[in-house]
Design a protein around this ligand. Structure first.
Ligand code: SF4
Length: 407
């Protein structure tokens, strides 16, 4: 029988492998990890959140059919969990399904519909509408949300969102709130809509907020995004190659334009602190050379490239596209790590994300000894580090807004 190569002893490689191939897991093991009810929880991606060595978080598919071919299995022994591949295994932690998923808001909405936790983040989309769907120019890889096709989607109130954040924080499940919004016709890119949510969260919680949006038409809205309290902003270009961008993201290309993405990112990097402006480039939807050119460009203008792996999802127009192998992907993450360090981009903000390999995790793909980076990461993971990050962010914003108003 042919022996399948596994990557148990490098957390970076193992994270990519698990994201691509998933993990086999027995029902009894799921039960021991308090995950037996996951399938019952509505609308939650049933990925297992696993913490690999070196505090490397990963969300691993385990309920899809393709995981039956995975060389990796989750096993349990004497209360400890291990990822086994062939005859070897590595000790890991399994993150139980958050208890707050079973709670409801006072208006009766399941909190699991409003906020999803992966890694140290709670991700919230207050309005589930994306106008691209109604114009049939949605991004070709996007399966979207069935609720929004041909309709107006749902909007959660500020109170609904606050209750969700409170529950996630009380349970110690999140440190950063990700607020996202799809395409809307307004020139502000949706920041006016998000503003009351950002202000209310900042008022009630000592937390950092990242905003994921499509770029606004004018830079003054980027200033506004920072001034109202966002600590980090993501304008996800997704595809760097200009032709493929048009083909795969027809809505973004027609109604925003690649140039506007690049200009908005460049401007945002002059407004927000080093390392807090980021953009996704999806690995697997364009040639590797083009992803690499995108890394160079983004890192060169002070933007953190984040490289999610393309995963075909049912319902998306590109659902047949083939996933790249770990061997093809690994050098790109090494390249990413070198690009961010060469350009002196702070990698501490984009961390503990379980659904993508972070630039800092790129250190697992190079030979360099990245001890100092690890030290910084550990610092910002600590309670003291997070408090420091939050205080610095508040101070910097106050100074910036004051300076702008004194012009
Ligand atoms: S902007 Fe693209 S990826 Fe985002 S929700 Fe709309 S169609 Fe989907």
């Amino acid at each position: 029988m042919k022996k399948t190569k596994t990557y148990l002893h490098n957390p970076g490689y193992l994270k990519v492998e698990l994201m691509l191939k998933g993990i086999r897991v027995d029902g009894k093991v799921l039960k021991k990890a308090n995950l037996d009810k996951c399938r019952d929880v509505a609308n939650i991606t049933c990925g297992l959140d696993i913490i690999l060595p070196h505090n490397t978080w990963v969300t691993v598919p385990y309920a899809d059919d393709f995981v039956n071919d995975s060389p990796y299995e989750l096993i349990e022994s004497e209360g400890k969990f291990f990822v086994r591949g062939g005859t070897e295994s590595v000790n890991v932690s399994v993150v139980p399904t958050p208890k707050f998923y079973r709670l409801k808001t006072t208006t009766g909405i399941s909190l699991s519909k409003i906020g999803i936790v992966h890694g140290g983040h709670v991700a919230i989309t207050p309005a589930t509408q994306c106008d691209f769907f109604n114009k049939e120019i949605e991004c070709r890889y996007c399966a979207g949300n069935p609720d929004i096709k041909g309709g107006k989607g749902k909007t959660y109130s500020v109170e609904d969102v606050l209750e969700t954040v409170e529950a996630a924080y009380k349970e110690g499940k999140a440190e950063i709130v990700y607020l996202s919004i799809g395409f809307s016709e307004t020139p502000d890119g949706g920041i006016e809509f998000l503003k009351p949510y950002i202000k209310a969260i900042k008022k009630h919680f000592n937390t950092l907020i990242a905003v994921e949006a499509l770029p606004p038409k004018e830079n003054k809205w980027i200033d506004e995004t920072y001034a109202v309290g966002a600590d980090s902003v993501l304008y996800n270009l997704e595809i760097f190659d200009s032709k493929l961008f048009k083909d795969i993201c027809p809505g973004r290309a027609a109604l925003i334009g690649r140039e506007r993405y690049l200009n908005a990112l460049q401007y945002a990097a002059t407004i927000f602190p080093n390392g807090t402006v980021a953009s996704h480039l999806i690995v697997g939807l364009e040639p590797i050379e083009s992803t690499v050119a995108g890394i160079d460009f983004l890192a060169g203008i002070g933007v953190v490239p984040i490289l999610p792996l393309y995963k075909p999802s049912a319902g998306a127009k590109l659902s047949e596209c083939k996933m790249p192998s770990t061997e093809v992907i690994a050098p790109v993450y090494g390249y990413l790590y070198r690009a961010v360090t060469t350009n002196k981009i702070n990698t501490s903000w984009v961390r503990d994300i379980s659904v993508v390999t972070t630039p800092l995790e790129g250190r697992f793909f190079v030979d360099d000894n990245a001890r100092m980076q690890t030290f910084i990461q550990n610092f910002y993971k600590s309670k003291l580090g997070l408090k420091t990050a939050w205080s610095l962010a508040t101070l910097r914003r106050k100074l910036r807004v004051k300076l702008d108003h004194s012009d």
